[in-house]
Design a protein. Sequence first.
Length: 270
Amino acid sequence: MRKDTKLLKKYFFDKMIYRVLKKEGINYREVERAIDSLDYSYIKLVPRSCVVGVDTTYLGSDLGITIFRDVTNKVTLHWIFVRKENLATYVNGINYLKQSGIHILGFVVDGFWPFYLHYQDKYPIQMCQKHMKDIVRRYITLHPNLEAGKELKQIVSPLTKYTAKEFDLKFDAWVSKWRSFLGQRTYNDDGTWNYTHDRLRSAMKSLRRYRPFLFTYKSCTWIPNTNNSLEGFNSALKSFIKPHHGLIPSRRAKLAHLYLKNSSVFNWAN
């Protein structure tokens, strides 16, 4: 192992920050030079069959990472640095996995709709139920004022406990009950109009859109119903990077790459 890599592992993997380094006689410029010396090499993947969780997480407004994680065995397979989530990155990453001998049994994903359109006829896809609840909550808030919003919250909160049929019955009954209310319009002075309860309508439309993917795990029992494995990993990655938020994007990316490489697929290869 190179001296620079040893330095980074010792100080960054212990989450020590620059003022601690200074006490030990190590200038932060030395650490930056060590970061700059890192490369972007990947470790060879071990072929396997697994469910893949995919998501794009952000380490600041100027740096994102699209991560592909083996949620069956809870290790990260591949990652690509991006500025913004996009379908081409997902396609390229998945092609890389297939070429590396990864047999994909299905996906667990969040709400990036182009992914569903591209892969729905090729693989079983599970919409992460936690993400679905989060989407609805963003529209109606944690404490909705409208009675329709309160009822929708009561329907969505126990989402993980439903069968597909139970959810359909409850959701369809809610839509039928509030159809006229949801269709109300507010007219503007210039003659244009908007739906009065547009955020509530957006919550309804999101549930309708992802409904075919909410209960995939019931028929494909090898697929989990949430992306919690990947979400937990993303949180750990952000915690690792947070003490070093002053780094320029290229150095943040190299540190993230080092973390991903050493804490996940590293144990599966060689």
